[in-house]
Ligand binder design. Sequence first.
Ligand code: ATR
Length: 270
Amino acid sequence: PDQYRVFGNPIKQSRSPDIHHIFASKSQQIINYQKQLVDIDGFANAVADLIDQGGKGANVTAPFKEQALALADELTERASLAGAVNTLTFKEGKILGDNTDGEGLVQDLIINKVLLKQRRILLLGAGGAARGVLLPLLAQGPSAIVIANRTVSKAKDLCQHFNDERLSACSFAETTGQEFDLIINATSASLAGDLPPIPTSIINSKVVCYDMAYGKNETQFLQWAREQGAVDVIDGLGMLVGQAAVSFAIWRGVTPQVQPVIKKLRAALK
Ligand code: ATR
């Protein structure tokens, strides 16, 4: 079978091998996809070893996404603008780098019937997770994406980097009085059980709230948003499966069904 890996440090937590093996079996394919713990200074060697063994591709997770970008011979525009690569494809002696995180998010929003065209989006956070999804979000035709961040200068840098007139930057407090259709939490605050300090007044019965994080329990952000009356709250499990599905399609030429896999992972969280 064709060989694939997910490289990271740590890597124990990764669900990618399970997800890709389900995609493969549902599409009558045989692949071998393993997780591999890579030394902090061993990323380039790990990739070279996989290529030597005839590997076809790899996913890349923290902290190697920037190194994967640097290692790739060719990049997609979305990977280049994201400044990070999560999907490597080895083809005809070349390393191709892509980033499927943003498309995974967009597809999950579409599955959840969240409209993006002509809508106003508030993106919380200006780190790697936020940067990684901006181009695919912009491609859906929103009327505005406001990037709010604790460190406002980082949000401003992102606006400059993407150079799109629909983008603007502000502090969390400065979102007061603005109206949004969708709020996406791309801060790492959830991971620490924290809440980005946005005003309660921007949550109303028309706002959908999305958290890129997920877990056994509802994230702090989603719990808070639900209590404030948001019309819908969605966690990032679908984005995880979505980014894997886009990688799988790049490698295998088949777009897998995500719904059964999301269901299965959701059940396993309980
Ligand atoms: P990631 O790859 O998850 O995006 P990152 O690049 O380190 O990680 O970015 C973390 C993001 O979460 C940043 O936007 C950070 O805000 P700052 O730029 O001001 O540091 C944000 N963040 C982390 N902890 C937070 C908290 N407790 N409250 C609000 N924002 C937080």
